[in-house]
Design a protein around this ligand. Sequence first.
Ligand code: SF4
Ligand code: SF4
Length: 299
Amino acid sequence: MNATNEKLAQSLKLTLDEDQLTNCMRCGFCQTACPTFIETGLEAASPRGRIALMKAVVDGIMEPDESFRAQMDLCLGCRACEPACPSDVKYGQLIEQTRAAIAAEKPYSMPVRVVRKTFLQGLFPHKGRLKLLGKTLRLYQKSGIQKLARTTGAMRLFPEHLQQLEKALPEVSGDGMEDTWSKAGLPYRIEQTSCGSDLMMIPAVGPTIARVGMFRGCIMDVMFASTNVNTIRLLRQAGFEIVIPRDQVCCGALHAHAGELDEAKQLAAQNVTLFGEANVDYIASNAGGAVPFLKSMII
Ligand code: SF4
Ligand code: SF4
């Protein structure tokens, strides 16, 4: 085993939660929930397969070589496998621990580091920059450039994964849920917590049965603000008062999935503090990856 793999193997032995690794009873119920398994059909690209690879490294049966790293990289971190698991294996924790160890032991190449820094530090934690991205995408879609790029085949000049991303773009509004709500003239007021942070308060329709904190999500609020707005409409009709801490930030799940655990914990702690100060009874969110991550931070 070369020195890099040896260091990574030692690091994984120290960081991976062995209880979680042994909790997996290899039943395979998670396989059909996993998009990378569905797409590739490969056992190694499934949750069960990845857990087996992690355990094999911890047991000293295999080395964490390039193929090991490739399978860990391929995981989307969506955690769709967790609810399917009868043993309650915390797969999300295992993949986060593995990626953090990989990131610490084998630095990424310069281009990868630049891309990671741009998105993880320069974009996702900044609401203003995300809004600017949303408005730029909106302009791209509404100005006719998107139509031109598609009809002329200009998108073929870009790498395959960018072409796929472009095809999957929803219609972007350019406004987050708060701006969409206020521009529509719907009822709200701004209050401050005792610690001085702003809350957007949206009253229930009829008597209030509870206060619901709305976690908007970062990409979610740029790409699918209308879904957030519709959720608020539904909750109001059901008698919930909606509380939106305005300083909430990216949940940190993307950082955790990328192995940047310290930054992920900082972002999560900021959100946990803000929602705690808002004194809400429940927290609602449409950002699928954010919810299990924030829950794991609170519990
Ligand atoms: S997190 Fe998503 S991609 Fe990764 S193993 Fe689980 S279901 Fe598959
Ligand atoms: S469902 Fe849970 S116990 Fe079964 S193989 Fe998947 S991770 Fe392991």
